[in-house]
Write a protein that binds this ligand. Structure first.
Ligand code: TXA
Ligand code: MG
Length: 351
């Protein structure tokens, strides 16, 4: 299959591009498009066959449900028949934005979208290309991240192309995404709210609107072995090809010293070492490492934007081991830590 790449502006997308892409979706094809978080691989959410193609193209396990993207309240009401009161408040305050809400699924949504669950995950993206595409199609778009299953999510069209060229119909190239990590996923019912995946909308903000918010135990502890509430939890995600280890600790000086010490040990034993660290830590590392300096360590927003491209870039350099710096778990830091730990398969070194 030939994968067409159409370029457009991220703020003011061309009507013509959106029309062509919507035509592909209407005929049951797949289009990768940018959202504010990462690129998504979209299909018409009401077309069962089209949605099935997403799983094939990504090599995604069929028991991992996908997110439905809407551009209006009417569309939300098409995909869910009973949105809880508490969720309405969140929606009013935080949509469009990087927040996915898990609510009861309407029969209009084919079961494959939700991997057979009675619920559906819905969000309204804050990106003019994504919103414009949904509007032009006139129905919701089912879209997981546009990477091969298990690989780091794509934050630009080149990374989508690397994974999916030849297996999807079209990529809309509108440059880099704004945030760099996937949306927060929260399950909301009348009397309980549980964060299933930490993301750009942090716990602190969700608590402001909902009061009591639980964080699913798998997110806090890592090596979780219960029944996953969100099927995505059980897969090793976002993973680079090399082994990876995350160095964590509350005291920055101790953490940085531990990173330097660990890197030197690996180098001494003859390994090719990749590093993914803050700019401050990068200055302390020996010249032989394959280095990805993410951002100043107090700029967690910039760290979030760099994580996935850095993992892909390290992959291309082909190290034997990647040593990553952990970051404080506040704000978007909880999402950063969750992705780093998953990428490392929960190999954590405490400093
Ligand atoms: O930012 C994002 O959310 C991006 C962009 C493209 O919108 N999408 C994304 O989709 O990250 P995906 O498929 O890579 O992740 C969807 C997550 C998975 O962890 C999945 O298990 C969970 O949402 N999920 C989807 N439907 C669910 C449901 N009904 N109940 C619980 N979890 C669900
Ligand atoms: Mg994904």
């Amino acid at each position: 299959m030939l994968t067409r790449v159409l370029k457009t502006d991220k703020h003011r997308p061309s009507k013509k591009v959106l029309q062509e892409a919507a035509a592909v979706l209407k005929s049951g094809g797949l289009v990768a498009f940018p959202t504010e978080t990462v690129y998504g691989l979209g299909a018409n959410a009401f077309n069962e066959n089209a949605v099935l193609k997403i799983f094939t193209a990504k090599k995604r396990p069929p028991d991992n449900p996908v997110i439905v993207h809407v551009s209006s309240m009417e569309m939300l009401n098409q995909v869910s028949t009973s949105v809880p009161r508490r969720a309405e408040k969140l929606i009013r305050e935080l949509w469009p934005g990087p927040l996915t809400i898990v609510v009861p699924r309407s029969l209009k949504v084919p079961p494959v979208v939700s991997a057979g669950l009675e619920t559906v995950a819905v969000r309204m993206p804050a990106h003019n290309v994504a919103l414009g595409l949904i509007e032009h199609l006139g129905s919701p778009i089912a879209a997981p991240s546009a990477n091969l299953s298990g690989r780091p999510s794509p934050t630009n069209a080149k990374d989508v192309y690397e994974d999916l060229n030849g297996s999807i119909d079209m990529i809309i190239d509108a440059g880099e995404t704004f945030i760099g990590v996937e949306s927060t996923v929260i399950q909301v019912s009348e009397n309980r709210s549980v964060i299933l995946r930490p993301g750009p909308i942090p716990l602190e903000i969700l608590r402001k609107y909902l009061g009591d918010v639980e964080v699913h135990p798998s997110i806090l502890s890592g090596g979780f072995e219960g029944v996953p509430a969100s099927p995505g939890m059980k897969y090793r995600h976002y993973a680079p090809r090399a082994d990876m280890i995350v160095v964590e600790g509350d005291d920055y000086e101790r953490k940085a010293a531990k990173i330097v010490e660990t890197v030197e040990e690996y180098l001494k034993s003859g390994l090719k070492v990749g590093c993914m660290v803050s700019e401050e830590t990068a200055l302390r590392l020996p010249g032989q490492v394959m280095l990805e300096a993410l951002a100043p360590r107090n700029r967690l927003d910039l760290v979030a934007r760099r994580i996935y491209p850095a993992l892909r870039s390290l992959d291309r350099m082909n190290p034997d081991i990647i040593v990553a710096e952990g970051f404080p778990e506040e704000g978007i830091g909880m999402a950063i830590q969750n992705r780093l730990r998953k990428a490392a398969g929960y190999r954590i070194l405490k400093a």
